[in-house]
Design a protein around this ligand. Structure first.
Ligand SMILES: [Zn+2]
Length: 412
C-alpha cells in the first residue's frame, strides 16, 4: 500500500484517541489570572508528559514570569522532532489557555467534562484551541507509529496567555527564544477556520479595547434630581459611539466582515442595590480595525465623541486604551506555508482553500511582526467562546491528515 495512505488510514482510526485526549485536556482547566484562574500549568504539564513519550529531539518549557500565576510563571512548551529534510521545518502552534465557560445555565453539560454525541465533542476548550493541538499531535503520532521516517522536521509549540494578550505566551517566547524559528519555516496556527477548511488566514485587523469611565453623582433613586445618573451617561455614549462606523467606513474583501467593527462589550458592576443611582460607570468597547486605518486615529475619534457627549450632558468622561494590538504586515498570499496548506487541503478534502483576513487577533500576528510568515488554518464549526462549545471528531481527524501530508510533503 502507498505509505501515505497507510498513515491516513491510521489517522482515520483515531476516533477514540481524539475523545480521550479531549477528555484529558478539558479536565485540566487552564485559565489565566485575568480570567480568574492560576495559569496553564496542569494542562501544559500533561502535554509535556505526553510529548516526552514520543521522544522529541528537543523539548523545553519556557516559563514567562507572572507573579499573578501559580508558582510565579506561565508555562510555554516547545518540542521538535528532526526530519530527513532540515529545511523548511513545519511548526504548529496551539494555545493552552481557555476562556471561562460564562453562564453555566446555558451549558447542556459540565464544561470541564466532555460530552460526546455522535461526531460532536462538547466542552470548554475542545475547539479553542485543543482541536489544533490534538490534530497536530495525532498527525505526528501516526507518522512515528507507521515506522516511516519523518520527512520534514516538525515542531509543536503550546503557548500560554493567548486569550488575554499573549504577553506571557508567544510574545514572550519570540522575544526570548526567537531563534527557534526561521523565516523559511512553515508556521501554522490552527486557531481559527471555517467549516470546510477553505480559509487560510493571512491578515488580521488591528485590535483595540477602549475603556470608558463615566462619572456623575450617586444619590438615592427616589431623588434623582440630587445626583447625576452615570448609567444614563454610559448609555448615551454607547449610542454616540456608533458614529465610529461612519468615520471609518472602508471595506476590504479579504476580511469577513469586510469592515472595521466597534462593539461595546463589558460593563463593570456599579451599585449593588436597585434604589441607588450610580455615580460611576465603566464600560469597554472592542474595536477591530482594518489595517488601512492607523489605530491612533480611531482612539482620537473615540475621544472626540466622548468629549462631545460630555459637553452635551455634563458627565465627566475618561477614555483609556485597555489593550491594543496593531495589525502586522500580512503574510504574502504566495508564501510557502500558504502553498503547502492549499496543496494538502486539496489532497485530503478536495477543497480549494484560499488566503483571507479575519478580525480576531490570533497569535499569528506575533509571528508576522517577527518577520515569520505564519498562516492560521483549521476546519472547525467556529463555536469558540460560546456555551456548548464543540468540535467535530471528523474535522480533527481530517486536519490531522492535512498536517501529516504537509510533514511528509505528500506528492502522491
Ligand atoms: Zn484560540
Amino acid at each position: 500500500m502507498n505509505k501515505m495512505n497507510h498513515i491516513y488510514e491510521m489517522i482515520d482510526a483515531y476516533r477514540d484517541e481524539v475523545i480521550q485526549l479531549q477528555r484529558d485536556l478539558t479536565a485540566r482547566v487552564a485559565l489565566g489570572p485575568l480570567n480568574g484562574g492560576t495559569g496553564e500549568h496542569e494542562k501544559v504539564d500533561f502535554i509535556h508528559q505526553l510529548l516526552r513519550r514520543m521522544k522529541p529531539d528537543l523539548i523545553q518549557e519556557i516559563h514567562a514570569p507572572d507573579e499573578k500565576a501559580r508558582d510565579g510563571y506561565r508555562p510555554n512548551l516547545v518540542a521538535r522532532w528532526e526530519g530527513l529534510q532540515k529545511d523548511p521545518a513545519v511548526w504548529v502552534l496551539a494555545h493552552a489557555d481557555i476562556v471561562p465557560p460564562g453562564n453555566l445555565s446555558l451549558w447542556e453539560c459540565d464544561p470541564y467534562h466532555i460530552k460526546v454525541d455522535g461526531d460532536r465533542v462538547y466542552g470548554r476548550g475542545v475547539e479553542d484551541n485543543q482541536h489544533g493541538f490534538v490534530s497536530a499531535y495525532l498527525a505526528l503520532k501516526a507518522i512515528l507509529d507507521s515506522g516511516e521516517p519523518l520527512k520534514r522536521s516538525f515542531g509543536l509549540i503550546i503557548v500560554a496567555d493567548e486569550e488575554t494578550g499573549s504577553q506571557y505566551g508567544l510574545s514572550y517566547v519570540l522575544k526570548h527564544h526567537g531563534q527557534l524559528f526561521t523565516p523559511s519555516d512553515l508556521i501554522i496556527v490552527p486557531d481559527a477556520g471555517n467549516e470546510n477548511g477553505t480559509m487560510i488566514e493571512i491578515a488580521e485587523k488591528s485590535m483595540l479595547w477602549l475603556k470608558f469611565t463615566i462619572t456623575g453623582r450617586q444619590c438615592h433613586a427616589s431623588t434623582p434630581q440630587k445626583g447625576q445618573n452615570s448609567l444614563v451617561g454610559a448609555a448615551e455614549l454607547i449610542l454616540a459611539l456608533a458614529e465610529l462606523k461612519k468615520k471609518f467606513p472602508l471595506s476590504n474583501p479579504l476580511f469577513s466582515p469586510p469592515v472595521s467593527t466597534f462593539e461595546p462589550t463589558k460593563i463593570e458592576a456599579n451599585v449593588s442595590n436597585v434604589n441607588t443611582i450610580p455615580g460611576r460607570d465603566v464600560f469597554y468597547a472592542d474595536c477591530r480595525i482594518l489595517p488601512d486605518y492607523p489605530v491612533d486615529e480611531v482612539i482620537a475619534t473615540a475621544r472626540e465623541i466622548a468629549k462631545s457627549v460630555g459637553a452635551r450632558t455634563g458627565f465627566k468622561i475618561e477614555v483609556e486604551t485597555a489593550h491594543r494590538h496593531d495589525a502586522a504586515l500580512p503574510t504574502p498570499s504566495d508564501a510557502q506555508v500558504v502553498k503547502a496548506l492549499k496543496k494538502a487541503v486539496l489532497k485530503i478534502t478536495g477543497q480549494a482553500a484560499k488566503p483571507m483576513g479575519i478580525g480576531g487577533g490570533t497569535v499569528a500576528a506575533f509571528f508576522r511582526e517577527a518577520g515569520l510568515p505564519a498562516a492560521v488554518w483549521s476546519t472547525c464549526p467556529d463555536t469558540a467562546h460560546q456555551p456548548n462549545e464543540y468540535c467535530l471528531i471528523s474535522q480533527v481527524i481530517s486536519d490531522a491528515k492535512v498536517f501529516a501530508a504537509i510533514c511528509q510533503d505528500d506528492e502522491g
